[in-house]
Design a protein around this ligand. Structure first.
Ligand SMILES: *Cc1c(COP(=O)(O)O)cnc(C)c1O
Length: 398
């Protein structure tokens, strides 16, 4: 067992699921959870004005990190809502123009399930298959575009395997055809540079809690320049956010999201380099120390903080039980008694057995070299222990 030094356990290595609040974010939020509690829509007193001023500042901070204008930001409850608002909102607003949408097989459920629901409303949806690294090519998108297509929705970075789509090239193809382009950037924001203009994006979903901000807050970017994109709201009510998202604004959450965006922009370059180094070290340790380790996703076109591996002869739930002091994820939906292997791994052609033996390592701002060394050693010994007697440890028989 490892006993080199004292380290705080358990170790959190699941930053794709959520991230802890940055202390500077909490500090920025505090006044709006306490004495500055006003409703940003109250125009008749200072409590409302304070809240409104805070929202205005945060709107600018969020816009700034994606190269948008503040008026193009709609605050929502998170990326799930933003994805739903984008798909339903565009489909219903542009129904007279067309009835066809394009998305990808490896998208987050927030996009996939909204698309399936739109199919029930009579829309047609093309689900582009991904290559073995999880990528969709501009050529595939080009071929799928028709005169009836109104929206293309493809994620910037995948939440399981970290694969980055070639958004810039895809954006060019989509724009040329005069079709609207949406991306779910919940994982990519703060990890890769995102500029809505150079990427030709018309809509972009983002989430607070994936970037060291609070849970329950997010935003949808909606292009207004050079022309205003229309959107049918999902919520009816007080007409907040120019009628596109009714409901009293979550002022502390919005302030936190704004601060989280600013911090993400400041630390992105250095953090990427640091995490890529740690991630590569972890991969090296595991792939050199064990046989039958497979990398899922793209070797280079991937998030710096993502490592998704499959271990031959291993079930991921058993492996996670063996290393309980490390918070990891398998990416499989454990809602049923028998966990279903990940649909993302399935979509990129990973076989059933390897898909069931997958583990996602999600590094983050707090991850240290000591943690990486510890996790590598724990994982090595856990895999070896589980493989003992299965014939996998020595010569691989498959
Ligand atoms: C986390 C995540 C979501 C959902 O975001 P919430 O803010 O939790 O609703 C959507 N898409 C991707 C890619 C995500 O990683």
């Amino acid at each position: 067992m490892y006993d080199g030094f004292k380290m705080k356990l358990p170790i959190y290595m699941d930053h794709h699921s959520t991230t802890p609040l940055d202390p500077r974010v909490l500090e920025a939020m505090m006044p709006y959870l306490t004495e500055k509690f006003g409703n940003a829509s109250s125009k008749s007193h200072v409590f409302g004005w304070q809240a409104e001023a805070a929202v205005t500042k945060a709107r600018g901070q969020v816009a700034s990190i994606i190269g948008a204008s503040p008026q193009e930001i709609i605050f929502t409850s998170g990326a799930t809502e933003s994805d739903n608002l984008a798909l339903f909102g565009i489909a219903r607003a542009y129904r007279e123009k067309g009835d066809h949408l394009i998305t990808g097989a490896t998208e987050h459920h927030a996009v996939l399930d909204a698309a399936r629901s739109l199919e029930k409303e009579g829309f047609r949806v093309t689900y582009l298959p991904a290559d073995r690294y999880g990528r969709v090519s501009p050529d595939q998108v080009q071929k799928a575009l028709t005169d009836r297509t109104i929206l293309v929705s493809l994620m910037a970075a995948n939440n399981e395997i970290g694969t980055l789509h070639p958004l810039e090239e895809i954006g060019r193809v989509v724009r040329e055809k005069g079709v609207l382009f949406h991306t779910d950037a919940a994982q990519a924001l703060g990890r890769i540079p995102l500029d809505v203009n150079s990427l030709n994006l018309d809509l972009l979903s983002l989430s607070g809690h994936k970037i060291y901000g609070p849970k329950g807050i997010g935003a949808l970017y909606l292009r207004k320049k050079p022309q205003r994109i229309r959107l049918d709201p999902i919520f009816q009510g007080g007409g907040h956010e120019e009628g596109l998202r009714s409901g009293t604004l979550n002022v502390p959450g919005i302030v936190g999201l704004g601060m989280a965006c600013t911090l993400a922009g400041e630390v992105m370059a250095a953090e990427n380099e640091r995490l890529r180094g740690l991630r590569d070290k972890l991969f090296r340790h595991l792939s050199e120390g064990l046989k039958g380790v497979h990398l899922n996703g793209h070797p280079t076109e991937r998030l710096s903080n993502n490592l998704n591996l499959s271990f031959e002869g291993i079930q991921s739930d058993g492996l996670m039980m063996e290393m309980k002091d490390v918070a990891l994820s398998s990416g499989s939906a454990c809602t049923s008694a028998r966990p279903e292997p990940s649909y993302v791994l399935k979509a990129i052609g990973v076989g059933e057995d390897l898909a069931r033996g997958s583990l996602r390592f999600g590094l983050g701002r707090s991850t240290t070299e000591e943690e990486i060394d510890y996790v590598a050693k724990r994982c090595l010994s856990a895999v070896n222990k589980l493989r003992e007697g299965t014939g996998v440890r020595g010569e691989l028989n498959y």
